[in-house]
Design a protein around this ligand. Structure first.
Ligand code: ADE
Length: 246
């Protein structure tokens, strides 16, 4: 079972987000468990302060080490052992599917979500095993970023997805985007691409791979540059671009 904890100002934000669909069902099936640790519960003063002004001035507030230490100690106790501590921050390494696969191999993960101007650097240096960003934009807190990472890890757990193949053929699984999908409905049947309508397995397969290549070429050339394309795939892409891929 994957055990995930979250240290945050507002852990409830994540709890509710993950209670639906694949992640909610996986939790009820016992594939993963979760516990939030609200920083305000670990404040030591009467005003329940979790942040302070930045040293040497500047705008905003910085999360203080003491409540974070106490929350991490509580999280460790809940896990029963040392967990991998992942700090969510726009300053971290941008997340990719390969990294999600690595995270999903862990059995104990503690996500730490920043708020305001961030977290005291001494605490990050002493405790973070990884610093992760969900993209080059700034959220008002790391909670939703943590929800994104948890969702993408949990759906990879064996048994989480209804169709075991779903995670094998999806976008990024092999360095390409996914091919276009069409719902099998009686009314729209005449409008789907002819290759899919025929129902011939080899034709469908070739069409899908080619469409995935074209889509990746048009939308994400950066992915294609890193993908290990087979000679057959290069030929398919050539058919489309007619300029060749060297
Ligand atoms: N917190 C605020 N913005 C973030 C981002 N882009 N990724 C991860 N955590 C964040």
């Amino acid at each position: 079972m994957l055990s995930i904890s979250l240290i945050a100002a507002f852990p409830e934000l994540v709890e509710h987000a993950l209670d639906y669909g694949v992640t909610g069902r996986a939790r009820r099936q016992g594939l993963w468990r979760w516990q939030g640790f609200a920083l305000h519960d670990f404040a030591t003063d009467a005003r329940k302060s979790i942040d302070a002004r930045p040293a040497a001035g500047g705008p905003g507030m910085v999360l203080m080490p003491v409540p974070l230490d106490a929350a991490l100690a509580a999280a460790r106790q809940w896990h029963g052992e040392k967990s991998c501590v992942v700090f969510m921050s726009p300053d971290g390494a941008p997340l990719e599917q390969a990294r999600i696969r690595e995270f999903a191999q862990n059995t104990h993960i503690t996500f730490v979500a920043g708020r305001y101007e961030g977290i005291d650097q001494r605490w990050i240096d002493a405790n973070a095993d990884a610093i992760v960003s969900v993209g080059d934009y700034v959220l008002s807190g790391g909670e939703l970023a943590a929800a994104v990472v948890i969702d993408s890890c949990v759906r990879l757990l064996p048994g989480a997805l209804g169709d075991a193949e779903s995670a094998t053929f999806e976008s990024f699984a092999d360095g390409k985007l996914d091919w276009p999908q069409y719902a099998l409905t009686a009314s729209g049947a005449e409008q789907i691409p002819a290759e899919l309508a025929k129902g011939d397995h080899a034709t469908v397969n070739r069409w899908r791979i080619k469409q995935a290549l074209i889509r990746t070429w048009m939308r994400r050339p950066d992915l294609l540059a890193r993908a290990n394309l087979s000679l057959e795939e290069i030929a398919m892409l050539d058919e489309f671009t007619e300029i060749g891929l060297k």
